[in-house]
Design a protein around this ligand. Structure first.
Ligand code: FES
Length: 169
């Protein structure tokens, strides 16, 4: 049974949150992981997510919003079904990361943090995703794609467009 009655989260996530707030010396240390898990389940950090997480940790909603506005990987609007995250950090930048990002912008017709009209794709420029040895790299939802070329990016995007990609929502 969840700590919070009428939780907006699934029973599994509510139970995870009940546990998370007990494992750190300070409850507020659970804030960032909770926001990330909530984002994965809900699709973005909605007002309702902020309200419940503040309640679960015992923080003001303003405290949650302050953290939310700091981390670029947290979003307050829904992403596309497939969220394309292109790394332009140093290794990727040196191996064509900006070319890949510009190619994605042109191909999808959207910019950083934007969503295609049909809601299928969103695009983000991100910091290092831990695939530096295989730069340039990107993630679509949580799937890694590396050693990218513009041709490879086209193939990846078409695979997702055809509904054959991983969908975390
Ligand atoms: S710099 Fe791009 S994955 Fe590390």
């Amino acid at each position: 049974m969840s700590e919070v009655a009428n939780t907006i989260f699934s029973p599994e996530l509510a139970a995870r949150f009940d546990h998370l707030v007990t494992i750190y010396p300070m409850r507020r240390s659970a804030l960032v992981p909770m926001l990330l898990y909530a984002q994965d389940e809900v699709g973005y950090v909605s007002d309702a997510v902020v309200t419940e997480i503040a309640q679960r940790i015992g923080l003001l909603e303003l405290d949650v919003r302050n953290v939310l506005s700091y981390y670029s990987m947290l979003r307050t609007k829904p992403a596309g079904k497939y969220n394309v995250q292109v790394c332009t950090n140093i290794s990727c930048m040196l191996r064509g990361g900006y070319e890949i990002l510009d190619h994605c912008k042109a191909k999808l017709g959207i910019g950083h943090k934007e969503v295609t009209k049909d809601g299928v794709f969103s695009l983000e420029e991100v910091e290092c995703i831990g695939a530096c040895c295989w730069a340039p790299a990107m993630q679509v939802n949580y799937d890694f794609h590396d050693n990218l070329t513009t041709i490879k990016v086209d193939e990846i995007i078409e695979t997702y467009r055809a509904g054959q990609g991983k969908d975390v929502k």
